[in-house]
Design a protein around this ligand. Structure first.
Ligand SMILES: Nc1ncnc2c1ncn2[C@@H]1O[C@H](COP(=O)(O)OP(=O)(O)OP(=O)(O)O)[C@@H](O)[C@H]1O
Ligand SMILES: [Mg+2]
Length: 385
């Protein structure tokens, strides 16, 4: 990097000089089921999290999210690979290193709030401080508890017991308890899935505010894609124990590397076909609805390969008249029109396959009628897998 000493370093430059806060290499965990069958819950995962970064693990039920998180925390012993936290190895199968949970200085927030029912909010939050071995005075503990209660916006609830509060408030207490020790690494396992949609949304933005203010790195598990999009610096999309793609929310959405990722992050429509020509990373496909074009963002394709054209609902133009100036267009039948406020969602039958597109609310489209769909090749994607 060139640059004079007076120039402020960019966040990338600052973090470039530091070890990643989490460094996972080739991590695996197998479980034996009651039937005797072996499942690879986590299968050869490598992952780095930078200081202050918010990484979301996103994937369907059973894909290994919790298992990966628990191995980071030291609550589950891996079968192979290594984990370093703040540049220090805390687990290495080959070197037989395994540092216990309490010496990893990690905070964790669970889906179930896991609060002590017989302790007040203040006592619950003070619990990790009392166990930290730092021997803080009573006044200091009270000060720190008060500070995190302010942070999670329930300063008046210090003397309540958990069963005297709403689910959202209990989750705030669980968050406060995780934050009170001031760790620079906090793990979250679906912390918002037990609260209702409105509270969840508000807590999501408050959590992001708090994370920005305190600057800790977060590894956050969810199977909710909009939660992942709203929180993450990078999303790791997981499937069957592996990371299928790790990138910014925007990159994951716009340039998925596989149909699996495209389908998991937002709505995607698919047209299968055969590659008939290639120009750099732009592929033209022969499909049942004619020739369609898009950019290859996953594995390389060759002429003659089977591939799938993937497009998003907001990238189509739906019209009654045939748009003869659009090169990539096809007819479709309107199955249903769903009013969504800002737009209509048009459910289409494209040669027997269902697709979804957005249309302007003023567009005069009727269920049962035939319309034209035009695709912009700049937004369509061609994926082999
Ligand atoms: N203690 C265990 N014994 C046996 N199998 C287990 C155990 N824990 C997890 N598994 C299996 O490992 C796989 C991954 O489980 P994990 O809990 O990590 O999934 P997850 O992605 O967190 O799912 P969810 O979204 O439902 O919480 C699953 O197939 C699960 O059945
Ligand atoms: Mg889980």
């Amino acid at each position: 990097m060139s640059g004079t000493a007076t120039e402020a370093a960019s966040p990338a430059e600052v973090s470039a000089g530091r070890a990643p806060i989490v460094q996972v290499k080739g991590l695996s965990k197998r479980f034996k089921r009651e039937s005797g069958a072996i499942t690879a819950a986590v299968d050869d995962i490598s992952l780095e999290v930078a200081a202050g970064e918010f990484v979301v693990l996103l994937g369907p039920s059973g894909c290994g999210k919790t298992t990966l998180l628990r191995m980071l925390a030291g609550l589950e012993v891996p079968d192979g690979g290594s984990i370093a936290i703040r540049g220090r190895t805390v687990y290495d199968a080959a070197a037989k290193v395994s540092v216990p949970t309490e010496r990893r200085s990690i905070s964790m927030v669970f889906q179930s709030y896991a609060l002590w029912p017989h302790m007040t909010v203040a006592q619950n939050i003070a619990y990790p401080l009392n166990r930290s071995g730092k021997r803080l005075g009573k006044a200091e503990i009270a000060r720190q508890v008060e500070r995190v209660l302010e942070l999670v916006r329930i300063p008046d609830l210090a003397q309540q017991y958990p069963n005297q509060m709403s689910g959202g408030q209990q989750q705030r207490v669980a968050l406060a308890r995780a934050l009170v020790s001031g760790s620079d690494l906090v793990l979250f396992d679906e912390p918002l899935s037990n609260v209702d949609a409105q509270v969840r949304e508000r807590l999501r933005y408050e959590l992001l505010d708090i994370q920005r203010e305190l600057g800790f790195a977060a590894v956050y598990v969810t199977h909710d894609q909009s939660e992942a999009m709203g929180l993450a610096n990078r999303i790791a999309v997981m499937g069957a124990g592996r990371i299928r793609q790790i990138a910014s929310p925007r990159e994951t959405y716009e340039n998925p590397v596989s149909r699996y990722v495209a389908n998991f992050v937002g709505v995607s429509n698919e047209e299968p076909g055969t590659v008939v020509s290639l120009d750099g990373d732009v592929a033209t496909l022969h499909t049942a609805t004619g020739e369609l074009q898009g950019r290859v963002t996953g594995g390389a394709v060759a002429v003659g390969d089977e591939a799938t054209l993937v497009w998003r609902p907001e990238h189509a133009t739906v019209s009654v008249q045939e748009p003869t100036d659009a090169r990539f267009r096809f007819p479709a039948r309107v199955e249903a029109l769903l009013f969504e406020g800002a737009h209509n969602e048009v459910v289409l039958d494209v040669g027997g396959r269902r697709a979804r597109a957005w249309a302007h609310v003023t567009a005069a489209l009727d269920a049962g009628s035939t319309v034209w769909v035009a695709l912009n090749p700049a937004y369509a994607r061609v994926l082999k897998d």
